[in-house]
Design a protein around this ligand. Structure first.
Ligand code: FAD
Ligand code: NAI
Length: 467
């Protein structure tokens, strides 16, 4: 065999798996079909979206909150081309960083589409058509996902777009219709609403980010509404039509109300993502994708062919970069004969809107459905000195603790910097802390983290100190 491990796909799942394999002494190769490494996350996902979220947030604050801080700016303008350019620079630096890491760890990088020839052989087809075959004792499939679409909303990448195009639009839309008020819709919808676009969300469910704790969706909607966005919940899109420089979206009201017709200049389709295995030649390795396009794996992330593993967006579970990374490490350590573990319940979920939304563990809806006795404790940011100082008073922290043992079962936050704050909740839950434990720990004053301590005090039955 040429390699101990061949990794197909260089996203956060693939490149982290390759690094850990190399660190554990395995001769490792990685295959990536695009010219840059880093996958969806670094090229057209996590990193560029956060770059635009940060830029647009700066603009929004300069336009709307600086005056209250006593800062007057005259003749302020958005240089959207510069915003997109800076975003690309951040992406380029980040993907080059992955290249550096591949070199540092002596991982062989093959540029081209990887497809199975048999259970141990992968053909790499480069952009110029040249092919090469390499063999591996173990193969890790980390081919990720692509935006989902429906025949009723054909993507033309110009007016009817996915997140990929929304990260490099030639102009700020006048009216962006966003189909799906999930994570991508909330984040990229916020970017354009902050930059002055009218944004209309058409969502099948009854709330924003419907898979997260219900309180989060309600609070997020209030915040996004302040950006001028409008919402059409319980609407099923029936057609999206490109009409030159306009887009016409039609949707049926699933609650029997009036049907919807909206005209905008761009329509962002953000209705989920589907696992990506096109061109991978799974059948040549004796594998096939399930009805949802996912590769089936067991608890060791092994496919039906034991030396072929799969990780990240292409398998079951949340489509998150840090979940893919954990699985990458897991598989590398499994191949090396170790016994790693992933606690999927404690993989946090974050939405990088402002206020940010973050959650870990069970939602309140899940605890109710399971019949678990729990106590909920909430603390609003408006009661926090730190939040008043920075004018970030929207949102709250909600802690769900077991009614008898006080163990923290779920933490859901919407507010300033909750994307970072949720890490404390993950640590607490990993060590099976009681809400009271956190309530007894010193949290620096004034910080946003005090909201977590206070919510824990409420959940433990002791009561908040500052409300
Ligand atoms: P991917 O990152 O999709 O990488 C797969 C790679 O495999 C790609 O580079 C692809 O070109 C390559 N590939 C596919 N087939 C082949 C083949 N046959 N041969 C060679 N190469 C192949 N997640 C978060 O946790 N936080 C966020 O803030 C976040 N923001 C996001 C924002 C957006 C707009 C989007 C779209 C996604 C975001 N995600 C975020 C999700 C995150 O990007 C994915 O969960 C993550 O990238 C999955 O990693 P992966 O390694 O499984 O696959
Ligand atoms: P999503 O699953 O978060 O949201 C899709 C939304 O579209 C849902 O609310 C759903 O009810 C709605 N929907 C589905 N079909 C519809 C229809 N026909 N009409 C109207 N609404 C419809 O998926 P999204 O936002 O596309 O993101 C894809 C994945 O990318 C997510 O799984 C997420 O994990 C990942 N991601 C993560 C981010 C983060 O961690 N911050 C940021 C962006 C994406």
């Amino acid at each position: 065999m040429d390699f101990d491990v061949i990794v197909i796909g260089s996203g956060p799942g693939g490149y982290i798996a390759a690094i850990r394999c190399a660190q554990l002494g395995m001769k490792t190769a990685i295959i990536e079909k695009y010219p840059t490494l880093g996958g969806t996350c670094l090229n057209v996902g996590c990193i560029p979206s956060k770059a635009l979220l940060d830029s647009s947030e700066h603009y929004f604050n300069a336009a709307h909150t600086f005056a209250q801080h006593g800062i007057a700016i005259k003749d302020m303008q958005v240089d959207f081309a510069q915003m997109i350019k800076r975003k690309q620079e951040v992406v380029d630096q980040t993907t080059k960083g992955v290249e550096f890491l591949m070199n540092k760890n002596k991982i062989t990088v093959h540029q081209g589409v990887g497809s199975f020839v048999d259970k141990n052989t992968v053909k790499v087809t480069a952009a110029d058509g040249k092919t090469q075959q390499i063999t591996g004792k173990n193969i890790i499939i980390a081919t990720g996902s692509k935006p989902a679409s429906l025949p009723s909303m054909p993507i033309d990448k110009k007016r009817v777009i996915t997140s990929t195009e929304a990260l490099k639009l030639p102009e700020i839309p006048k009216h962006m219709i966003v189909i799906g008020a999930g994570v991508i819709g909330a984040e990229l919808g916020s970017v354009y609403a902050r930059l002055g676009a009218k944004v209309s969300f058409v969502e099948f469910a009854g709330a924003m980010i419907p898979t997260m704790d219900g309180t989060m969706g309600k609070e997020l909607q209030k915040a996004v509404r302040k950006l001028g966005a409008e919402f059409y919940f319980n609407h099923k899109v029936t057609s999206v039509e490109n009409k030159g420089d306009k887009v016409l979206v039609k949707a049926d009201n699933t609650k029997g109300g009036q049907n919807l017709e909206l005209e905008g200049d761009y329509c962002l389709v953000s209705i989920g993502r589907r696992p990506y295995t096109d061109g991978l030649g799974l059948e040549n390795a004796g594998l096939k994708a399930d009805e949802r396009g996912r590769i089936t794996v067991n608890d060791h992330m092994q496919t039906e062919v034991p030396h072929i593993y799969a990780i990240g967006d292409v398998i079951r579970g949340a489509m998150l970069a840090h979940k893919a990374e954990e699985e990458g490490v897991f598989v590398a350590e499994t191949i090396a004969g170790q016994h790693p573990h992933i606690n999927y319940l404690l993989i946090p979920n974050v939405v990088y809107t402002w206020p940010e939304v973050a959650g870990v563990g069970y939602t309140e809806e899940e605890l109710k459905a399971k019949g678990t006795p729990y106590r909920a404790g909430s603390f609003p940011f408006k009661a926090l000195g730190r939040a008043r100082a920075s004018m970030d008073t929207d949102g709250l922290v909600k802690v769900l603790a077991h009614a008898e043992t006080d163990e923290i079962l779920g933490v859901h936050m919407i507010g300033p910097r909750t994307a970072d704050m949720i890490a404390e909740a993950v640590v607490a839950m990993e060590f099976r802390a009681a809400a009271e434990d956190i309530g007894m720990m010193s949290h620096a004053h004034p910080t946003y983290t005090e909201a977590f301590k206070e919510a824990c005090l409420v959940a433990s039955g002791k009561g908040a100190l500052n409300i």
